[in-house]
Write a new protein. Sequence first.
Length: 735
Amino acid sequence: MYYDRVRYTIQHRESIFEVQEPINWKDDEKQFVRNLNYHGITTELSGELTFVGNSRDFLVSILEEYGVNEDVRLLREIKNAQTDLWEKDYEGWVDFLTYKIDDNKFSVKFNSDPLVTLFKSKLNSKVELERIDNLLGNAIDPLEKINLYVTGRKILLTNKLAQPEGDTANVVMVCEGSEMVIPIDLRKLGTTDTGNKDVSNQFNNLPITGRTDIDFGHSDENFFAINETGIEQNVTVILKVDMSMDWNPIYSGSSSITFGIRLVIYENDIDFNLKETIPIYEVTESDYTLMPRELYVTSDEIPVTIGLLESASVQFYMSKSGGGAGWAVGHTAYGGGVQGKYRKPDGGSGDAYYNVSLSVQEDTERPPSNNPAILVYEYMERLNDIVLGAEFRSSLLGRSTMDKYSEDGLFSETAFAHGMWFRGMDGVDKYKPISTSLSDSLEALNVVYPIGVLAKDSVFQIEARDYFYQKYVSISIGDVQGFLIIPSADDYVSTITVGYEKAGGYEEEQGLDEYNRETEYNTILNKTDKELKLISKYRADGYGMEEVRRDNPVVEADAPIDKDSKFDDEIWILDVNLPDEATSWIISDWSKRFEVAPKNVYSPDTAINLWYSPINILLRHGEWIKPPLLKYLDSKIAFNSSEGNSELITQLIGSPEYQQNDGIIVGDLERSAHKGQIATFTSPITWEQLNGNTFDKPNVYGLVEGYFKGQRFRGHILSVSLANGIGDFKIKLYS
């Protein structure tokens, strides 16, 4: 028989089946539950319903024919006491993964929304964004990209060479001349490319004294800068020599000895004709026995411009006056372990050894490039189209040029780019499409800006987290019962780690100058070991972007287009803007969001993603970090450690200056989002109060206001269970 005030209907495809009163129907209740990771609130149905008779057979037949993926809707209606008309109480979808079947019963639980279930099940699925169908095989439009004009990041290259391991580089000779120059095979640390070029025809043109008929032993030169790009540009090299040398001269008859270093410039990238030499360092002693056995060389920074088709090397030389045996000396790009063997006048031999380390800093800049990118709205909409197939909404990410939005969202000028795109590999044979997941992309967004996410009622929505925690009262409930306060324990953290999981891995760049890497901060709280991790799997580092960009033949003529790069599969999140009257977007520099240029960073005018630096991320998350620290406003969220440049100083427009390793005073953070406390209580409440809207936003996102023993309280809903007109509340108290 049917209960006269409540009825249930099962809807499957075109079939509608009125259900005999389910067993346990009085025990089913609705719950509003906030997702603590994404902050949206969805409706859940607790308990399970048990069906008998025809309704049992109907559900079993659906399961057997279509399987557990099938959507079956259950509608519960209540007869209005005034109008005597049926009104929807709630609806749910059968969760066939929870069924129980016996001889005459079919028991099952219900999900409140199929989109919620789909979102949870596909959250970590990695998909290619450039596909032209969704996960169900239905056609979707091609991916919409923008052109990103990238001027590039200036990079200070620091190069070092070392003697190949196991190579003694011995030279045997007899020389009675005044100077000996021998090239030694040295290689850049960590590489196998020596950069050797044949310059034997130029040795006799070097500005050395004495004989020119010298047996040089080798006929090649090791360069630190060879301009073979064919691109008309000048490269400014900042040469700074830091060198230590231990040596043991074993010869006689010399009245003086000189050791020196010169920068040697060649021109013409085929013949390498000597152009000029620039002295860097020289030391002379009139008595070789007074020459220091340990030499420490530190030169000033010497800027040298190397023009088109010019190349440079560093020459080590040693000369002597008077008689005596010869000396083996290195003419090479920069030093390493060099061993020379000489022969004494009496025919005997001995070893001399000196250990040289030398670094050369090169200020490098490459031509601009045009690269594909995807704006953040289209990026997240694309993931939605492939994975969820829902309607996508986001006033946070939307732009005023779209029909849906009247103004630009606060985070709308954000883009994503793929390592392959920076290399100019899109469309070539070895191209690997950009792939990602909903979880990785939402994580990246939430790191750089606190967001909230909701998948419900056929809509996938991303907003600023504040949207889900409105500051106005939307639900007033009067006096409550059983009021209990407990700490919001998950908000009490001892350490906060901010940054990017994959930053680093550079070849020669000054990796320690990169600020967008993992940085750890410490709070005053010492009774907890919990940690807040704001770590993105996407990258935001300008050095990494520039390194992969220089693997583009448009940027670097000899870029290895046929080889894989370790950055090929990486995704960058970028702060971008569209200049007035322009059609190409650009990566924003400091002037977009900051009062002044950043300090303590190389080439501040080409520094990118300063808004995404750890200290600025920490500031944006301030109102969510602050609640458990309200009793310690004078304390500091103190710097612990960083993998990158912790000296960076930035000043957002209208804000004080902050240094990355100086931390933040708690009292300087934005107002607190809540009090760091949770309250539980019961109170009469209606479905209409919970399910209604205020200012076009769901009531459950506004403040609940009530009283206990005459004291007013307010807070945001974490969960509410509603049964028989009584709500069992759990709220986070509002400060």
